[in-house]
Write a protein that binds this ligand. Structure first.
Ligand code: GDP
Length: 211
């Protein structure tokens, strides 16, 4: 594999206050700030992760979004071409989990590329004594929707590295690596997989137009 990282667009969705910005802060800078400002519409950061077994680097371009209802239609811009979507709920707030089931999951499923990776994340595992969302139930739900699942804490850092390890395991299949190789050979476009997944996005848009 060449040295150029592959770019993967990743978006965090979920209700306000679930810890999306804090998770990004932990992942990018390995820090936690108690008082965060609400994300206005969207913000962007990126980090390169090296996958040793496959000898490949992925640059995750991570978009944080505002969870408030008034921004929901704008959020579509962020997830319609995201290859990885992290659906975040707060384990101490039942309504944030319910919002994933009632709203966020179907939104993402309908508007993301067909083979996008969806990851259900229960944040604030350090507050386990206040947990109101049953972990087993959430894990089972994730299974039903063919999503990955992880309980994490942006505050302590527990489970954060695992998220991107697990994404890599799901993403870096033989078939995927072969596609990248072919694409690199064909157009020498070494740092983008957008074309691979753009076809799926086009399909979704076509379907929408026709019916
Ligand atoms: P966002 O609106 O989803 O981006 O959520 P924020 O990242 O702004 O976090 C909302 C609040 O939850 C802030 O007061 C954070 O300090 C707090 N918070 C975020 N993650 C954790 C966590 O893992 N544990 C605890 N105890 N608090 C957290």
């Amino acid at each position: 594999m060449d040295d150029e990282p592959i770019s993967i667009k990743c978006v965090l969705l979920g209700e306000s206050g679930t810890g999306k910005s804090s998770l990004i802060e932990r992942f990018i800078n390995n820090t936690f700030k108690k008082d965060t400002l609400s994300t206005l519409i969207g913000s962007f950061s990126s980090k390169i992760v090296f996958y040793e077994k496959e000898n490949i680097k992925i640059r995750f371009d991570i978009w944080d979004t505002a969870g408030q209802e008034k921004y929901r239609s704008i959020n579509k811009i962020f997830y319609q071409d995201a290859q990885v979507t992290l659906l975040v709920y707060d384990i101490t707030q039942e309504d944030t989990y319910k919002a994933i089931k009632d709203y966020w999951f179907s939104e993402v499923k309908e508007n993301s590329p067909e083979d996008a990776i969806i990851f259900l994340i229960g944040n604030k595992s350090d507050l386990y004594e206040k947990e109101v969302v049953n972990e087993e139930e959430a894990r089972q739900y994730a299974n039903e929707i063919n999503s990955l699942y992880k309980l994490v804490s942006a505050q302590t850092g527990e489970g954060i590295e695992d998220i991107f390890k697990m994404v890599g395991e799901r993403l870096l299949t033989e078939e995927f690596l072969q596609k990248i190789k072919e694409e690199n050979n064909a157009n020498n476009n070494r740092n983008s997989i957008k074309n691979i997944m753009a076809e799926n996005t086009k399909e979704i848009k076509k379907k929408k137009k026709c019916c």
